[in-house]
Design a binder for this molecule. Sequence first.
Ligand code: MG
Length: 210
Amino acid sequence: MKQKYSVIVFDLGNVLLPFDFNDVIQGFEEIEKGLGVKFAEFYRTNYEVHRKFERGEYSVDEFTEIMLGVLEQKVARKEFYRIYSGLFSVNEELVKLLPVLGKNYRLVVLSNTNALHRKYGWGSYEFLGNFEKLILSHEIGAVKPEEKIYRAVEAYTGVPPEEHLYTDDILEYAAAARSLGWDAVQFVGNEELIREFGKRGIPLDGDLRD
Ligand SMILES: [Mg+2]
């Protein structure tokens, strides 16, 4: 029997890569008290700056200049890269499933991210080797929930929308995928995701059931 899905698409942030923005705030606070709080306040009230960086509309240099300005030029450039990108950890339990899923499905990442987080934050994690392709917002020029970035996944995989199963912690991003004909589940935890895989007949022991 042919499998319903051929591609499983994973979000990174808060799915495979839990992150805590407080680590960034704390890092700048350690340089000078109040600096992290100021940074967080700017980030919150100027969220479009972050989105533009994710869309690749700001270069690393342009984005960094803005941020170093917000940080009152008190943080060295390399130090900024390190602190700004030092917020990720790895969801090891979920990572362990990737080689198992990879036996029967093509695996693709779909992430809103940016060039700094990729280079200094998550880009060298070994588990990424389980994926045949990373579709990244700053390379595509679009962010979830914009249609263009989901279509970029389909253009890469070359299979119909309904053969994609997606998981993202943000309901709106999962819903956008669903509206394009994908199946998608909101990621709320490993156990729940494993249950959703089970409901869909996706084998987690490496053997295809039919
Ligand atoms: Mg996420």
